[in-house]
Write a protein that binds this ligand. Structure first.
Ligand SMILES: [Fe+2]
Length: 291
């Protein structure tokens, strides 16, 4: 992981392994300086997960910074959007009157990249820690770029020819099982967000590097394979990609702002004691085209 040019406006400290860096010297509360942004963007592409600690809880600034990367979109899970800032979805176990007011995921680890079930997946996200439990609730990231590059050439060539069918309805059914207060998808939503094909191997238009697009719980099928074959392949690739040498565990501190490249990494939440502790995150969904 070499840097072509030194960073002069920010301090970039690799987090170890093949990806991930801590970035100091940025205050998102201040106006965005183009020279600072250029270096943050370079670090984002070089490390794919960058952590900016001690940032203020300013939703409008999180949205402004997200718009430097691409176009923000209101998440399709619209009931969990932040009041006044529909570009931000609340993730966690915020409850009011017995009803979940944030997107709640607290189960076994499921590796994925966000929005794989729409035609053009999100390119990136900003993820901000508003409230953090004293234990648990870490986010794991996997370097699906380095993991692909580590495969034998003949396997890379084979995988480049495969397509996966990603289904929002399939994921939604699993989310319903985790959160009984969640209403089932309407027929209209099922039609609007019908399953979409995605390549198994994605090439970044920015860096030219290739990554594995894995989200096993969302994939309904791989054309040309039996369900058992598809499941076995995705399982094998996920085990490879999420091996310790390709992963980074982020233990959150309140005020951490993480920029992650959604197309060049995978992530998953880890469990926490949701009956004792509150965990609340703000996340933007960033696209490369206007919604
Ligand atoms: Fe996610």
């Amino acid at each position: 992981m070499s840097t072509a040019a030194p960073y002069t406006h920010i301090t970039v400290t690799p987090l170890g392994g093949t990806f991930g860096a801590r970035v100091d010297g940025v205050d998102i509360g201040a106006s965005i300086d183009d020279a600072v942004w250029a270096e943050v963007e370079r670090a984002f592409h070089e490390y794919r997960v960058i952590v900016l600690p001690n940032q203020p809880a300013l939703p409008e600034k999180i949205v402004d910074w997200s718009r430097r990367i691409g176009f923000t979109e209101a998440h399709i899970d619209s009931k969990y959007l932040l009041d006044g800032h529909p570009e931000i979805i609340k993730i966690g176990n915020l409850k009011e009157g017995g009803v979940m007011k944030s997107l709640f995921v607290n189960a076994r680890e499921e590796w994925h990249f966000d929005y794989s079930y729409v035609a053009k997946p999100s390119i990136a996200a900003l993820f901000y820690a508003v409230e953090i439990p004293p234990e648990g609730g870490d986010t794991l990231f996997a370097d699906s770029t380095a993991a692909f590059e580590a495969l034998p050439e003949d396997e890379k060539a084979y995988l480049r020819g495969l397509t996966c069918i990603h289904s929002w309805a399939r994921l939604h059914e699993q989310l319903e099982a985790m959160d009984p207060t969640r209403t089932p998808l309407s027929d209209e939503a099922k039609r609007k967000f019908a399953p979409v094909p995605q390549p198994l191997v994605f090439r970044s238009p920015v860096t030219g590097r290739e990554s594995l697009w894995l989200a096993p719980q969302v994939v309904a099928e791989i054309p040309g394979m039996s369900a058992a074959q598809a499941e076995a392949l995705l399982e094998r690739l996920t085990v490879h990609t999420t091996a310790p040498r390709f992963t980074y565990r982020h233990k959150w501190n309140k005020g951490d702002l993480v920029f992650f490249d959604n197309r060049g990494t995978l992530h998953t939440a880890t469990v926490f004691d949701y009956e004792r502790y509150l965990r609340l995150m703000y996340r933007t969904t960033i696209l490369d085209v206007a919604a």
